[in-house]
Design a protein around this ligand. Structure first.
Ligand SMILES: N[C@@H](CCC(=O)N[C@@H](CS)C(=O)NCC(=O)O)C(=O)O
Length: 248
């Protein structure tokens, strides 16, 4: 049975002689690996052995060591609903937020990518990705919100679309940390609440926050999927059905 071994975990028997200055290429050969064997051995051999640096190392697993059963990758049965539930927003929200504003890609030669920039490479093909974004906020925008709130979800989506640096302050119902701060800053407990330290602007109302962010840090256009009024809020809520009971 195959298994991974960390050589440093096992006692080394026999003598090991390693060259002092330059390490030769070695091939490792693992023998006698089975669940029932009480000792396994690993020997190292040089591809081109020479008389002064040939070595042989035998290692043994600890007493009663039983290699773990290999398992197929699978979703834990009690987590299946959570994993599939995480797909709901993708369906109900038409994958809003998956791509940033004005996203496009083209296949280019590797030389076209500046050395300090990242580009995706697939099967030897270099993919250049671009987006159309407005100015970047110098200081991160602060958003007070909570996961299961559909209005907050709309704001999270525009943050993803505009690829903004944001500090999210989690304010779950009965949360002891940041709710009080919102009450002090804005005068009421309502979420989402946004503070932009770059301009001093602060506001409630998801649609106002979205409008503010696209005007200031985007191209001024609210994406269609966030401008459908009640339908936007409804689908944002439906997308979170599987999480509402856990996070409210
Ligand atoms: N019209 C507001 C509605 C916001 C709203 O109703 N938020 C709810 C959460 S989904 C809220 O703040 N509830 C009070 C609370 O959680 O304490 C908006 O679009 O932002």
């Amino acid at each position: 049975m195959a298994m991974a071994l960390s050589l440093s975990q096992f006692p080394v028997r026999g003598s090991v002689s390693l060259p002092k200055r330059r390490l030769p290429r070695r091939s490792f050969c693992i023998r006698g690996m089975s669940e029932t064997s009480s000792t396994s051995s690993v020997s190292t051999q040089q591809e081109q052995p020479t008389s002064d640096n040939a070595s042989s190392v035998t290692i043994a697993p600890p007493p009663n060591f039983k290699p773990p059963e290999p398992k197929r990758f699978a979703i834990r049965p009690d987590k299946t609903s959570e994993v599939f539930g995480a797909l709901l927003p993708l369906i109900f929200r038409f994958a809003t937020g998956v791509f940033v504003s004005g996203y496009s890609f083209s296949i280019v030669s590797k030389d076209e990518i500046p050395t300090d920039e990242y580009a995706l490479e697939l099967n030897g093909v270099t993919i250049k990705e671009t987006a159309k974004l407005g100015p970047r906020p110098e200081k991160p925008i602060e958003i007070y919100e909570f996961e299961s709130c559909p209005f907050c979800r709309k704001v999270r989506e525009i943050v993803a679309i505009l690829d903004l640096d944001v500090l999210f302050y989690p304010c779950p119902r009965n949360g002891p940390n940041f709710r009080q701060k919102v009450l002090e800053m804005g005068g009421k407990l309502q979420f989402p609440y946004m503070v932009d330290p770059n301009t001093g602007a602060s506001m409630y109302e998801s649609d106002d926050i979205i409008r503010y962010l696209v005007d200031k840090y985007g191209d001024g256009n609210v994406p269609l999927s966030l401008s459908l009024g009640f339908l936007t809020t409804l689908t944002a809520g439906l997308g979170m059905l599987s999480r509402i009971s856990k996070l409210c």
